[in-house]
Design a binder for this molecule. Structure first.
Ligand code: KE4
Length: 428
């Protein structure tokens, strides 16, 4: 049996950084990534046989718990009928109808294979529908790695953005404007100055890629008003919040209707499946009906749809989100109490089955607030918990996730580990 360190050494010879997605490399927290062998319920077991309580859940998808029998059985059953056809199936209709039923703003939907693909397609659709090139996003929000979305704020409030990644042409990045999350004055000034240029405003309604930061309801209402007033589309990226913070996603929490919604993670049940949808008149611009092209060999893949539909049935069971939210709140309250017992400055926040924690005395409202937090104490806490069998996100810029499998015993074990971890870091 290879150790995690041996696997990591070997992986780095053929996979850049030894991982297929950067955050998995533990670069912000240091140490050796755990190579996972299998998972069940709330637990993951690594290559050395060490068991962890999992608060990543594959970054959101595993809301029913790992290896849920209904999901596994659905995948096994679908796989026996072949893995992919490249032709329409009845099950894709069932999934589209389920998404349209559950997501208030979604009248029509197209299935794709990743959140990146869904986000990229949504902004192309917004540009095609409006005939405008500019898009607006917010610092600290992540919408996948499409070129137009890997952009950081320009030099001034009203100036277009600059690439935040190598390989993104400045000529493309300049069409993206990046403003501060939760800042009403900035978005009002931008629309006043450049409203007619803006195709869409894309936002994570609750940001989960700069820890966990709630969009203020007043700010979200203002974004909705300004987009309507100026003929821009409001695009809510609910890849993380969709079916996670509530059955109807953040749309249900805020009672706001965006024009387009980007979805992923939970709807795939752990398989590569994402989606974008919204107003029917906008979606009708998509090929083969309209002139906005979008396509995919494995879009609506039957095995992925089977996994997603099995999970969508589970989350629609009565009380699913009440129990998930109550368990998450119980965990947050327990962490707050443990930190207080050890004199550690610490805050938490959560919505549904998604949470964040901060070594600060106030909740962050934007990216600079998070960037100013104490990363060193976060690193010490991360490893103190990992050493005690609790697997948290290996970055203070990530949110955490629970599943229906996180029962009272799992929460109690987590809080025992946290008490010892806070004691340990409090002495440093
Ligand atoms: P994917 O292309 O990774 O399926 O989805 C991109 C995406 C889009 N929108 C939001 C709000 C997202 O959170 C994501 C992906 N989330 C990250 C977690 N921070 C996935 C983990 C990773 O990159 O490895």
């Amino acid at each position: 049996m290879s150790s995690n360190a041996q696997l990591f050494d070997r992986a780095q010879r053929t996979i850049p950084g030894g991982v297929n997605s950067p955050v998995r490399a533990f670069r912000q927290v240091g140490g050796v990534p755990r190579f996972i062998d299998r998972a069940e319920g709330a637990y993951m077991i690594d290559a050395e046989g060490t068991r962890f309580i999992d608060y990543i859940g594959s970054w959101g998808p595993m809301i029913a718990g790992h290896a849920h029998p209904d999901v596994i059985e659905a995948v096994q059953r679908a796989a026996t009928r072949s893995l992919s056809f490249g032709a329409p199936t009845a099950d894709e209709i069932e999934m589209a109808e389920a998404i349209c039923k559950l997501m208030p703003a979604v009248e029509m939907v197209r299935l794709v294979s990743s959140g990146t693909e869904a986000g990229m397609s949504a902004i192309r659709l917004a540009r095609g529908f409006t005939g405008r090139d500019a898009i607006v996003k917010f610092e600290g929000c992540y919408h996948g790695h499409a070129d137009s979305l890997l952009v950081k704020a320009g030099s001034g409030l009203l100036t277009f953005g600059n690439p935040s990644s190598g390989g993104v042409p400045a000529d493309l990045a300049k069409h993206t404007l990046v403003l501060e999350f939760n800042n009403i004055a900035q978005i009002e000034a931008l629309f006043a100055a450049r409203g007619p240029e803006i195709s869409c405003v894309m936002v994570e309604p609750i940001a989960g890629n700069m820890n966990f930061i709630r969009g203020d309801a007043a700010w979200h209402r203002r974004l909705r008003e300004l987009c309507t007033e100026h003929g821009a589309l409001l695009v809510w990226d609910e890849v993380m919040t969709g079916f996670r913070v509530a059955l109807g996603g953040a749309q249900q929490v805020y009672d706001i209707r965006p024009d387009l919604v980007v979805m992923g993670k939970v709807i795939g049940g752990g398989m590569p499946l994402a989606a974008f949808g919204g107003r029917a008149d906008v979606m009708h611009k998509l090929s083969p009906l309209g002139n906005v092209y979008q396509a995919g060999t494995l879009s609506g893949n039957p095995v992925a749809v089977a996994a997603g539909m099995a999970q969508l049935r589970i989350i629609q069971r009565p009380g699913f989100y009440d129990r998930l939210a109550a368990t998450t709140r119980q965990l947050m309250q327990g962490l707050d109490a443990a930190a207080a017992r050890h004199g550690i400055t610490f805050r938490t926040d959560s919505e549904g089955g998604m949470f964040g924690f901060y070594f600060a005395d106030t909740l962050p409202r934007n990216y600079p607030d998070v960037a100013g937090a104490d990363v060193e104490i976060f690193k010490r806490f991360f490893h103190a918990m990992l050493d005690r069998g609790v697997y948290l996100a290996p970055s203070m810029y990530e949110a955490g996730f629970l599943s229906a499998a996180h029962g009272p015993d799992v929460i109690a074990a987590t809080l025992d580990a946290a008490d010892a971890a806070f004691a340990q870091i409090g002495q440093a």
